[in-house]
Design a protein around this ligand. Sequence first.
Ligand code: NAI
Length: 340
Amino acid sequence: MAHTCVLIPGDGIGPEVARAARKVVDASGADVTWVEHLAGASAVEQGHDSVLPKATVDAIREHGVALKGPCTTPIGGGYTSVNVALRKKLDLYGAVRPVRNLDGVKTRFDDVDIVVVRENTEGLYSGIENEITDGVVTSLKVATERACSRISEFAFQYARERDRRKITVFHKANIMKLSDGMFINSARAISESYPDIEYDERIIDAGCMRLVQDPEDFDIILCENLYGDVLSDLCAGLVGGLGCTPGANHGIEQSVFEAVHGSAPDIAGKGIANPLALIMSSVMMLNHLHRLHQDENARDAAVRIREAYDACLKDGETTGDLGGSLSTDGFADALVKRMG
Ligand code: NAI
């Protein structure tokens, strides 16, 4: 089955890792046609009046699926974050960030296999900030019953479809009794309909300590926006860092797949960025296309890519951040070679 996917190269290392991911997907046997669109600082540099051009949003609306490189939001000039804007515009309410140990990537723990499910549209990312008076500002944390319930429903459905065993909500409802209180009340109510999935709650500070002491204890972590942002980087650290942590942002009609890392301006243009996280995100994209359209070719292509990077990592064929010596393109070429 043929699919058209939007490719957003993004900024900094974005174009380098996006080119590598595209090369790998194209060699995997997946029937994907790409349409490229701009977002981020590169969009403004190329004459658009916004970091998120309308044509980019329209293309994702039309095709339903995008693979996105990291974007830089220019500081100053009043630009809002590309990522926050995209999530809000397309109502991409459910972020999924899986982390698992990879053979060949040395870490402190051996059995980490965690998925962070993050509410993507509200909380402290509502962007409602006020200067009350000189030297006094407020930042509003928003929680709606609708958003809390739908992210819980999303997490439980995700767990059931993928045979995951347990959901743990991280929260601070002992302090934020109304907002986080609403979050856990919604999750508790939804959990009643999923007796096959264990339900647990942790106050976030104690939960973080437990996470770095005994990560095997966690399966799916469900949380609101800011906690999810912080926890997914923490979990990335458990399995080898940002270079190997993919992600997806799901809405009702659209899904955008992207690595957890940013545009890494410190290494941009040097050809040394690790494209693995975006390649793993493209595997999530192919699995999504399989689920959506029962397209077994997309699933088989995803398996081929996954087997190729598992084998490369095991044999030490990696970029420098993971201890190897391959360039960004060199790693992509190694995967293509493995796929035959
Ligand atoms: P970052 O993730 O870009 O970089 C943090 C550190 O990790 C840097 O030392 C970088 O070199 C390294 N790193 C990141 N990705 C790597 C890769 N694939 N291979 C090897 N090393 C890698 O985070 P930072 O520096 O806080 O943000 C830089 C820019 O990225 C900012 O403008 C930020 O707003 C943006 N950003 C964009 C995101 C997105 O578009 N989804 C997500 C996070 C940040």
